[in-house]
Design a protein around this ligand. Structure first.
Ligand code: MG
Length: 348
């Protein structure tokens, strides 16, 4: 293993001390707990870009998380980092997403602005620390600190109720950076695939993209889309590994090692072009936006209904009212819903 890899023995500290497992490392145990969580199963019915119920072949947050985890495991292994930790982080990285993805997040944040706000990353930590209360002891899944810190990517709204030991926590391990880049590789490639499948994107436009041209260079003109997507993934993954490997070797400090994990300048430019294209033509397309706006208005009205009538919350959520207050309890409840469940409640 690289000297910058997280080691299960040293980074495996848990809030509630547990005895060693006879067969699994600390990070393998984290991974297993994440897979067995309710929040993980719900990812199955949470939208990535195209609503999961619109077709059987579109990515859901669960299939996205599985793709990220498979990539992160492979990249971490190639770089001699801890691949079990990378896998655990990847499987958990989207647990905190509310229904309807980023627009759902915006809606909840606006509703919660005077009560600590809402952000999916911080909410992911809240799920594994508290909402997945498997043993009734208030420690949630009792994951290792390394995994928990890794979920806190991005800005945390002022006043968001994190576990006290996560406030002002040190920077995440390098494995979290690997997951971050693999997350991007995964969605760039599969959103392109889903956008084509949904007939929101035009193949003719995509063929203009430099990265697509690169991916098709050695393929026959008749190559199916799936084959090009697979080539695209290979290009991005190999670029990440071959750019990172030598500079990670020569890095002296952890800070240098963190900066070493990156794409080449050339691929960065091509990937940015692809992301801009997806933003304009897919994420902000009329079809996707219309669906998302509908979801956003369901979230707003359900939130208000539950705040007005706390008695209509399920008993497990009512039990949290005293400690968390009405707004946070309702926010936790709505954020945990799948897109499907939210629609059912809104229609019913
Ligand atoms: Mg993701």
């Amino acid at each position: 293993m690289s000297r910058f890899a997280s080691t299960s023995r040293d980074a495996g500290v848990r809030r509630l001390t547990e005895g060693a497992d006879p067969i699994r490392t600390n990070f393998q145990r984290d991974r297993d707990r994440i897979i067995h969580s309710t929040a993980f199963r719900r990812l199955q019915h949470k939208t990535q870009v195209i609503a999961a119920y619109e077709g059987d072949h579109f990515r859901s947050r669960m299939t996205h998380s599985l793709e990220v985890s498979q990539m992160a495991r492979g990249v971490a292994r190639a770089l001699h980092l801890n691949h079990d930790l990378a896998e655990a982080i990847a499987l958990a990285h989207d647990l905190g997403h509310p229904p309807y993805g980023h627009v759902g997040e915006e809606a909840l944040h606006a509703l919660m602005v005077d009560h600590g706000g809402f952000r999916h990353n911080a909410h992911g930590a809240r799920i594994v620390d508290s909402l997945e209360d498997r043993h009734g002891d208030g420690f949630g899944l009792n994951l290792t600190r390394a995994t928990r810190i890794s979920l806190l990517k991005g800005k945390i709204p002022a006043g968001f109720p994190l576990s006290p030991d996560l406030v002002d926590s040190p920077p995440p391990p390098l494995e979290a950076r690997v997951v971050d880049l693999c997350d991007r590789i995964a969605y760039l490639c599969h959103d392109l695939d889903d956008g084509l499948r949904a007939e929101v994107l035009e193949l003719g436009d995509i063929q203009e993209l430099a990265i697509w041209q690169r991916a098709t260079t050695n393929l026959p003109a008749t190559a199916p889309i799936a084959s090009v997507i697979s080539q695209l993934i290979s290009i991005l993954i190999m670029d990440l590994i071959t750019t990172t490997d030598p500079s990670l070797e020569s890095a002296v400090t952890v800070g240098e090692a963190r900066l070493a994990i990156r794409h080449s300048d050339e691929i960065t430019v091509l990937a940015d072009e692809l992301l801009r294209y997806l933003r304009e033509q897919f994420y902000r397309s009329r079809r996707v936006l219309a669906e998302m706006e509908e979801g956003q208005s369901h979230i707003r009205s359900l939130y208000k209904q539950f705040v007005k009538n706390p008695d209509s919350l399920p008993a497990s959520m009512q039990a949290r009212l005293c400690q968390e207050g009405i707004e946070r309890t309702v926010c936790d409840y709505v954020a945990g819903m799948t897109d499907r469940y939210l629609r059912q409640l809104s229609d019913g």
